[in-house]
Design a protein around this ligand. Sequence first.
Ligand SMILES: [Zn+2]
Length: 411
Amino acid sequence: MKIALFLVFALVGFAQQYDLILKGGTVIDPKNGVNATRDVAILNGKIAAVSASLPATAAKKTIDVSGLFVTPGLVDIHVHVFWGPKHAVIADGDISVQPDAVGFRAGVTTMVDAGTSGWRDFADFRRRVIDTSKTRVLAMINIVGVGMLSEDDAVDQNQFDMNPAMVAQTAAKNADVVVAIKTAHWRQMNFISVEKAVEAGNLANLPVMVDFGYFEKSYQTMVTDKLRPGDISTHFYRFPAPLIDKDGHAAEYLLAARKRGVKFDVGHGGGSFHFPVAEPLVKQGFWPDSISTDLHSSSVNGAMIDMLNVMSKFLAMGVPLLEVIRESTTNPATEMRRPELGQIGVGAEADIAVLRMEKGKFGYVDVRGGRIEGSQRLGCEMTVRAGKIVFDFNGRAGVPWREGKIEYPKR
Ligand SMILES: [Zn+2]
């Protein structure tokens, strides 16, 4: 009898070898070449199996996600999340938002703060935000020592607060979370901030992301002569960059820069995405290397909204779903030299987005109110971060309360 009981327990224990199975969804994992119906099993926060069929009884919890897309957790490499007082006086660096409050509901599990902190306040950013968020927050350090302050780009012009050696030192000390160097809002007709950022990038062996102020004439020089292979130009689809030649084609120098390894990132934001630039480039196949939001409190309620809305804009312009997912997962992860992220191969940390594709008539606007229509819109059904369900739009992980399995407070 005792042996029989032991056998039963052993079998049950063996049967429930996983913590969670997401069953029957269409897995799109560009890095691992998967685009098919698959069951995904999670154990101890890691992907334990991706298989054509796993028994529903093999996990403590199995959730039916048929009819939905299962993708790696989205990787947004241009956000501003240094929220709360900065330098004790400024509220929310560059109008930052709380990462967990806005990312999970859009399937985002990894965010890269794009230079809201500089080397002078990075320790504060790390202690208050990076180390306390459920979202995986990585960081680019601003080449300006004080980082970004809200609505005040005078500090961005202070070349005397650009210290590549201190930036590189801070990056080395925090190599587990610092992935790049950032320069932004430079409004002078020279490349001082870019050159200083590249100098820091060389010292730290990290890529540089550049959001370059007045780049009408100088943009070509920047992507041709200043940026190294692997460096990233964000706010790509915006005026007044001369990206399109007089015949309406992508400028020759852009193709050459891309061939050389310069990366082009969306960084939509509140003022940096224009359809008259984006649509012709995208229709010619000049797709972004990475899709990102430039998330802050002014862009979330504007034309940007969230990562899925920006991704849906690219669907509406004709980029295939597989490529849109690639540009929002493995591509940005690889740009940040974290190729283990943005994919759901066995052994990877279990960061997953479960997405629905809505069909209908939808509108998408750029930052000037220019509109296009689309027949598809991505929405987030569920987000899993390190194996834990952190967003569950339709309560799929719940159980009917009338079954009496939930413990409620006594009346
Ligand atoms: Zn930004």
